[in-house]
Design a protein around this ligand. Structure first.
Ligand code: FES
Ligand code: FES
Length: 172
């Protein structure tokens, strides 16, 4: 057993784990964060994607001990103060899910995609980068639409023009 510590969704956690424990097993079975799914266990499906130090990682491909000291975000940590993350809101708005099994991994992968490409994220790039995420229900069309909409929305929210349009804070 090895004691590992990490920050998960803004909380410090420490546990003793066997050296062979996968990060996905640690997240689901030790921390009870079951929004991260296991669809294959062989690095194919992407249902297990989480963010490790801000980057999308298939958590079935990594040992928990390798994430010692890391910042981890799972799907449970994406919404802030009860408000859906723009990618979550876009999946809802554009019907980017059916059974929902692949959705946590899709959303975590999409959030990282948008972080890296910003407003330049286009449909061919989204389709190419979704290669590691399998959906057995939707046919991908609405998933791609949702990711593009979220990228546009986040770019526009971050633009100087949009910030200038925000109401001025009252000075007291
Ligand atoms: Fe990790 Fe499928 S469970 S890629
Ligand atoms: Fe069912 Fe993607 S929504 S697997």
């Amino acid at each position: 057993m090895t004691k590992i510590s990490m920050n998960v969704n803004g909380h410090s956690v420490s546990r003793d784990v066997e050296d062979r424990t996968l990060l996905v097993t640690y997240i689901r079975d030790h921390l009870n964060l079951t929004g991260t799914h296991i669809g294959c266990d062989t690095s194919q499906c992407g249902a297990c994607v989480v963010h490790v130090d801000g980057k999308a990682v298939k958590s079935c491909t990594m040992l928990a001990a390798q994430a010692d000291g890391a910042d981890i975000t799972t799907i449970e940590g994406l919404a802030a103060d009860g408000v859906l993350h723009p990618v979550q809101a876009a999946f809802k708005e554009h019907h980017g899910l059916q059974c929902g099994f692949c959705t946590p991994g899709m959303i975590m992968a999409a959030a990282d995609m948008i972080r890296r490409h910003g407003a330049k994220l286009d449909e061919p790039t989204i389709r190419a980068e979704l290669e590691g995420n399998i959906c057995r229900c939707t046919g991908y069309h609405n998933i791609v639409k949702a990711i593009k909409a979220a990228a546009d929305e986040m770019a526009s929210a971050a633009s100087p023009a949009s910030r200038a349009a925000e109401p001025a804070q009252a000075v007291v």
